[in-house]
Design a protein around this ligand. Sequence first.
Ligand SMILES: [Zn+2]
Length: 266
Amino acid sequence: MKINLGPAGSPVASTFEGIYKVKELGLQSMEVQFSHGIKMSIELAKKCGAEAKKLGIELSLHAPYFLNLASEEKKKQEESKQRILDSAERGHYLGAREIVFHPAYFGKGDKEKVFQTTKNHILDMMETIKKKGWNVALSPEITGKHSALGSLDETIRLVKETGCSFNLDFAHLYARNYGKINYKEILDEIQPLKSKHIQCHFSNISYTSKGERNHEILDHHPPFEPLAKEILERKLNITIISESPVTWKDSLKMKGIFEKLGYRFE
Ligand SMILES: [Zn+2]
């Protein structure tokens, strides 16, 4: 069992400094955010990757939000793929295992067609990643809005039909299900698919009839402690990235909860 906790995005202005900060805070992981575009050079990715390795900080990577693999415009599909592949290349040099992204939106499209288009692009990108020798896994995320591809079932189907990885997001599932979440059921379903390591996001969240509204600080819902208990009982290898508005502060709160339950971080 190994539990890694850390923030979505650097706790300080730069990614490089952020790796130190995460170490200093007593956390284990950080998700590098390319949310609003890819500004990191390959050189910087190499430098950050070497530093993270030296300090024993695990990295993952979130590709830009602005992409849609099933856009009605072919050109936009190709641009989306390129953003994910540019992220994957940097991820490789960062030593980031998982390349997280929100795969597609349904728009006015037929749901099955959107699924097939997304699936084919993922297969195609996996082929490129293999050819290039990049040591990363594509991780479509469980998304928070019904307008986006990424329910638990859709994501599991993508994993089964492509062999890609995925990023579990408990807050998004909670928002999709209007405030209902059953950690046992979710973990029962995904554990067989992710027996070695589970990558996930956790934060508190508010929602509307369309799904997620805002990520909240960790004193709202869904509750974290029952999930922590379930993780410890199952002895999971898991990385939990905090997407709360106070990212690393909530990672420390999660750490406190695990420690209260008897888990010791190295
Ligand atoms: Zn995300």
